[in-house]
Design a protein around this ligand. Sequence first.
Ligand code: TA6
Length: 269
Amino acid sequence: MCNAAGLPFLQIDNAHASALISLFGGQLLHYQPHGQPPLLWLSEAAVLDGSKAIRGGIPVCWPWFGKGAEGEPQHGFARLQTWQLDSLEETEAGTLLTLELTPELCPDHQGEQWRLALEIEIGAELTLHLHSENKGTAPMPLQAALHSYFHCGHVHQCRIEGLGHDYFDSLLQRACYKPVETVFREPVDRIYAAPVPLTRLYNSHHETSLRHRGNDCLVLWNPGPRVPADIPALGWSDFVCVETAVLGLQGLAAGDRHTLSLSCSVRGI
Ligand code: TA6
């Protein structure tokens, strides 16, 4: 199905969960196991016409994270392209689908040699595998992130365990150490460079578990009250981004492939 602006979406409703996927950005926008709260936050002010990245769900940052070279889009170009559905299979465990992005689908990247595929398993749990493949004959620089926006109740009531201890504070521009959990009192933008594999988010209503694989860091972000235009004035307090990311890879050798994975479960308390 398409929205009024012509953006294509896939709606999934199976025995375990419902989900909504945008082919623009290759982006999961909604996932909710039956009887449980929704996992992902999507901005009510998200721009859904293909003119900018969709604010919320799980944007794919690829093949770089943060500012690119001059004139290049922040967080790479993959979240600004229209991906295609490669396969869709219904199993007892849920719906398994693969979206792909190739240079042929990206007007500014014709002739390059890579393949990006996002496997999404929509079951009682949600699992994503982001496969980056260098199909060329020379090494390829690579960074990638699943820039996930999680519902957190009110961010000031959200407790997070399992990020790691040491982090780089991108707002203060210095390395920091915090031995315990994170409680929000201010905007945060941090890179945890020695992450633990299991993160838990708690508030009085629900608990979310995240298992990360293939990452070398976790990014934690909440903008605080000074929000970008595509987040409603009070919307900043409803989400936290915990981003499974690989930022320090030396690049992908010719013919190599890297997989970044995230499994999530959510349950009401
Ligand atoms: O992942 C954290 C971050 O890089 C922040 O610095 C902040 O800018 C955020 O991503 C959102 O970026 P975006 O380009 O989606 O507005």
